[in-house]
Design a protein around this ligand. Structure first.
Ligand code: GSH
Length: 338
């Protein structure tokens, strides 16, 4: 009997915790601001610009969610988090969503109380080395010291790859991003390993002589990066998930920030549904019918966000590659809004 009462008590507590966490959409609407977990500053993905405004491909997810829910892309607060802090901040409710170059893994999606809302950048782990090291392939890294950041998936991936390839290395694992970058720049390790996007960003924005460094050809893992929310809040999960699909869907349909007003007059039923001319999708999520219109008008479609932040309109000049639309040979495929 006592055991039964205890079990009931635990169940009630669990339900209460879930109920307390289950209403992120209501909390955000009432607060009028989305609390968005980002990095401590990683150019192209999430970093403050010269005016102190947070910019980047991941920040655009924060902005797009703010536009969808509050009608105003500027109504978000960027909460800088290092790799180690990010999931605790999500679990504790300090942030409503984590939009920070975070790899979707089965463990994070289950045991960490987080759940992935989709992928906004398909990536893989690679290696950055000074050209002076004289190395052309990762297989030549035997005996090297390897810098990486605490709390990243990069630590385990490196260990697995090294074991499989019979490469021995000395891990240099540091908690703060700037410190690990500084250690690498000062030659305290031979190699920096993280996502290829991270390496491109570090090389261009953090090292004083980018031309003295090169990214090795090997990509040793799949790193699908995307936003996470808390488990147990399906309505909020839907908002973030469909925000991503609206951005990719707009690109598929040729709708962008420049032509979105013109497109309100389109006869295409998919465009009419996307822009809320045909109503329904907003009501289904507890949002204004113009939720996707607001995203596209204020933030742009996925391709615009990509090019502006990390592509040809940015110093990083990352190719679309896997992040091209599926119709162009990439993996970006919008689920239908209907
Ligand atoms: N995708 C990997 C790595 C992500 C990651 O945290 N990378 C580091 C190195 S580029 C980073 O973004 N640091 C920025 C910070 O801590 O502010 C993961 O999810 O674990």
């Amino acid at each position: 009997m006592r055991k039964f009462k205890y079990a009931l008590g635990v169940m009630a507590m669990f339900a209460a915790v879930q109920a307390a966490q289950a209403a992120t959409l209501d909390v955000v609407k009432k607060r009028g601001v989305v609390h968005c977990g980002v990095t401590t500053g990683f150019a192209g993905f999430s970093a403050p610009d010269s005016k102190g405004e947070w910019r980047g491909l991941d920040v655009d997810v924060c902005r797009a969610v703010a536009a969808a829910v509050l009608g105003d892309a500027s109504k978000f607060k960027a909460v800088p988090l290092n790799s180690q802090q990010r999931f605790t901040a999500l679990q504790s409710g300090e942030i409503d969503l984590l939009a920070r170059n975070t790899t979707v893994t089965q463990q994070r999606d289950t045991a960490l109380g987080a759940i992935s809302a989709g992928v906004n950048f398909y990536d893989g782990q690679g290696f950055l080395v000074p050209k002076s090291l004289g190395v052309k392939s990762a297989k030549e890294l035997n005996g090297a010291s390897v810098c990486m950041q605490t709390g990243t998936s990069n630590e385990n991936t490196m260990a697995d790859w090294a074991r499989a390839n019979k490469v021995t290395y000395k891990p240099v694992v540091i908690e703060q991003f700037n410190e690990v970058v500084n250690a690498f720049a000062a030659g305290r390790c031979d190699v920096f390993t993280t996502d290829a996007s991270g390496l491109a960003s570090i090389r261009i924005s953090k090292l004083s002589n980018p031309d003295d460094y090169q990214v090795l050809p090997e990509i040793i893992s799949k790193e699908p990066l995307g936003p996470f929310v808390r488990q147990g809040d399906d309505a909020w999960l839907n908002v973030v998930k469909w925000t991503l699909h609206a951005m990719v869907g707009a690109e598929e349909l040729g709708v962008n920030s420049g032509n979105v007003d013109e497109q309100l007059k389109s006869d295409n039923p998919n465009i009419k549904r996307l822009l809320g001319v045909t109503e329904g999708s907003g009501k289904n999520m507890g949002l204004d019918e113009k939720w996707a219109y607001a995203i596209i008008k204020q933030v742009g479609n996925y391709g615009e966000s990509f090019e502006r932040n990390v592509g040809q309109g940015s110093p990083l000049k990352i190719q679309r590659g896997l992040n091209a639309l599926w119709t162009d040979g990439g993996l970006m495929y919008a689920l239908p809004i209907r």
